[in-house]
Ligand binder design. Structure first.
Ligand SMILES: C[S@@+](CC[C@H](N)C(=O)[O-])C[C@H]1O[C@@H](n2cnc3c(N)ncnc32)[C@H](O)[C@@H]1O
Length: 357
């Protein structure tokens, strides 16, 4: 076994041990949270207000002993509250938002689902570390596709129409009067459908090379009543059809592409002269040392498990990663032929770049 080159510092060691124990607790808490979502436990507890394990088990038609153990883990995590006098459990309004309020931007269940999917895919990823091959988006557990949609949709609902589109030059007016938009790498179409609802005079083309996602997007568009002004097609970012687009968007997908320069160049050729390309990417600094914090960990870890192998599975395989940063992303857009690039908007977790011909 290699010997540590320096003497072990007891304080630093204990500090790290405490931190790592917290991480282990967090990973088990996340698993409990995921199970609670799958078995409808949080939503039922929130509806009941206060419940013993017997009452919650009866209401969810689950085995009481398991429900009690799950509740105990959740009370230890601070995800539910426990009252020892009545041996009952409850959820505060804050706990309810995070664990049970589907569609709220702060509800974390879609996020938990996406994280959980990466655990399920661990052996596929360790294989590509050894082989150097890529791992296509389509080869991941289906939990990832649903988790991504569930987690991103509320974020887009809170920002896209109100903040991000108005931050682009003259785009909202074009969409109000009737424009043509391509949403590339649209996945389940959350962003496409939100835009189609907000701008009924415009036409929205959702493109993605993952067939099951496109089928899902079509049925979501039907349900949302926007089938008339949306079209979804299975095609790559370098080959999608159409010209004279007023706006092309990519939400959290440019860095997943094997050839983001080629995609940018194709997008440029598809845009009107006064069109805009809106790129939504994870928030990141330009260098590794800028990203050494919990959000950086989350993004780098997702990038290890999903984004980097997804890019490597495609031609060129540039592998930008989910923490590429504004400078690197702008270089890619410039290499694709765009000349005017600026940060148009941002949230704590995302940056929005506008690129123009
Ligand atoms: C992280 S998901 C984001 C999905 C969607 N934009 C959203 O925000 O919910 C990345 C998407 O990019 C798609 N994608 C990756 N590379 C692509 C390519 N070269 N051409 C078309 N779609 C691609 C994947 O199939 C996947 O749906």
């Amino acid at each position: 076994m290699p010997q540590p080159s320096q003497e072990l510092n007891e304080n630093k060691f204990e500090e790290l041990q405490t931190k790592v124990m917290g991480d282990v607790a967090g990973s088990m808490g996340l698993l409990m949270a995921y199970i609670g979502d799958r078995l409808n436990l949080y939503k039922t507890l929130a509806k009941l207000g206060v419940a013993t394990s017997e009452k919650l088990a009866e209401s969810t038609e689950l085995e009481e002993r398991y429900v009690l153990e799950w509740l105990s883990a959740n009370a230890s995590a601070g995800y539910v509250n426990y009252d020892s006098d009545s041996s009952s459990f409850s959820m505060s309004p804050e706990q309810t938002v995070i664990f049970a309020q589907e569609g709220h931007p702060a509800c974390m269940q879609g996020f938990f689902q996406a994280v959980f999917s990466t655990y399920l895919d661990e052996s596929k990823v360790t294989d590509v570390f050894r082989s150097g091959r890529g791992l296509p988006w389509s080869d991941h557990h289906s939990c990832l596709f649903c988790g991504t949609e569930r987690f991103f949709r509320p974020l887009y609902a809170a920002n896209l129409i109100e903040n991000w589109l108005p931050s682009l030059e003259g785009t909202v007016a074009k969409l109000e009067s009737g424009g043509k938009v391509a949403d590339v790498g649209c996945g389940h179409g959350s962003s496409t459908i939100l835009m189609a609802k907000a701008f009924p005079n415009s036409t929205f083309h959702g493109f993605d090379f993952h067939q099951p996602s496109i089928e899902h997007a079509r049925s979501r568009a039907e349900d949302a009543g926007v089938a008339n002004n949306t079209v979804f097609e299975v095609v790559t970012a370098k080959e999608f059809p159409g010209t004279e687009y007023d706006l092309v968007t990519i939400f959290d997908a440019l860095h997943d592409m094997g050839d983001p320069v080629g995609a940018s160049s194709h997008i440029l050729s598809s845009l009107k002269d006064d069109g805009s390309f809106m790129v939504v990417e994870p928030a990141a600094g330009d260098s590794l040392e800028d990203n050494l914090h919990p959000l950086g960990l989350i993004y780098y870890a997702f990038s290890t498990m999903i984004c980097t192998p997804a890019s490597r599975a495609q031609e060129i395989g540039l592998a930008l990663g989910a923490q590429a940063g504004e400078k690197r992303l702008s270089d890619v857009l410039r290499q694709g032929g765009f000349t005017r690039i600026r940060r148009a908007s941002e949230t704590p977790t995302n940056m929005v770049l506008e690129a123009r011909p």
